[in-house]
Design a protein. Structure first.
Length: 330
């Protein structure tokens, strides 16, 4: 009996250590490995893409010797795997390289543009979560308003961001003159004013998507047996909606909302181009067109990292919200 009692703490400690190890692998090593694999794939794809970045630097009239010297100076004559590990080592130390075109440090070029894009994404996310969840909830619980919600969301999904940008510019900027048509502004208030139309254009399609997912989840939960039992007992409808419907519908809504926010970073490219915003998206377009390795790699890996981080947080939150998922998680 004494030996059995003494073995229990050791067995419990072993289980906790194994659970901790699985958690580290699942929540830390898995996302880090994904980002590293994506960064290698991006780096190799850029290296194998057609076009010569050296020609952008030395010009078309440069001799072969000048081209070879510049290629050696930039390290482009080394194998792509060696160049990747050089880049990775510098990136881990905060050095994202130097732009071949502007000859400026990538980190210094990226910092102000990153603030602009993050502000745009944050404004769009607020619009999406507030309007999308509210519209979807109405469509899920109200039979009378459900056709209207379905029509609005169907129209929103069908409108591309670029078309929405052109319509918003033509109506609210050109005809009504309420908002500017170009740039991101200076200062907090001016920046929010300049980014209002781009945020609306970026969020229209995603609002419709989140609303559709929310409506489907709420409608499914609203007809559950325990909800009908609560209605039969005379519980207030707002309490039933909050405690029984929305709580159980939060998992798919959370997933849809999180993936939406992650997709906004990539979707900002089109909107920033349409509104002439000097953000991360427009910088990526210019870097790709000029085959500028350093900023293209840095921005692409940043987008992948943001997406992986958000999806990891969603996965973690889901396992804490839903006990059924917790049983199968580390």
């Amino acid at each position: 009996m004494t030996r059995l009692k003494e073995s229990r703490p050791s067995s419990s400690g072993t289980r906790r250590a194994r659970a901790l190890a699985r958690g580290v692998v699942h929540w830390v090593l898995g996302p880090v490995t994904t980002v590293l694999a994506a960064s290698f794939a991006i780096f190799v794809a850029l290296a194998l893409a057609p076009g010569d970045p050296v020609a952008r630097v030395v010009g078309d009239r440069a001799t072969d010797a000048q081209r070879a010297a510049m290629r050696h100076q930039l390290g482009l004559d080394e194998p792509v795997v060696v160049r990747y590990f050089h880049w990775l080592g510098d990136a881990l130390q905060g050095d994202l390289g130097t732009s071949l075109i502007s000859r400026q440090d990538v980190a210094s070029l990226l910092a102000p543009r990153l603030l602009t894009t993050l502000t745009l994404v944050l404004m769009s996310a607020v619009i999406i979560l507030v309007i999308g969840v509210a519209l979807g909830t109405v469509g899920g619980v109200s039979d009378r308003l459900r056709p209207f919600v379905n029509g609005v969301t169907g129209l929103g999904v069908a409108i591309p961001s670029f078309v929405a940008s052109m319509v918003l510019i033509g109506v609210f900027a050109v005809q009504l003159g309420w908002f500017p048509t170009f740039g991101s502004g200076a200062g907090l208030v001016d920046r929010l004013w300049h980014l209002t139309l781009p945020a609306v254009a970026l969020s229209i399609g995603w609002v419709a998507y989140v609303a559709q997912m929310t409506a489907a989840a709420v409608k499914e939960e609203a007809v559950r047996e325990h909800v009908e039992t609560a209605v039969g007992r005379g519980m207030p409808r707002t309490l039933i909606l909050r405690r029984h419907v929305m709580r159980n519908a939060s998992i798919p809504v959370l997933t849809a909302s999180g993936l939406t926010v992650a997709g906004l970073v990539a979707g900002s490219v089109v909107v920033e181009t349409a509104f002439g915003i000097d953000g991360v998206g427009s910088m990526l377009v210019r870097s790709v067109s000029s085959k500028d390795y350093a900023p293209t790699t840095a921005i692409s890996v940043l987008v992948v990292g943001v997406f992986v981080a958000i999806t990891t947080v969603i996965d973690f939150v889901q396992t804490r919200v839903d006990p059924r998922l917790r049983e199968h998680s580390p």
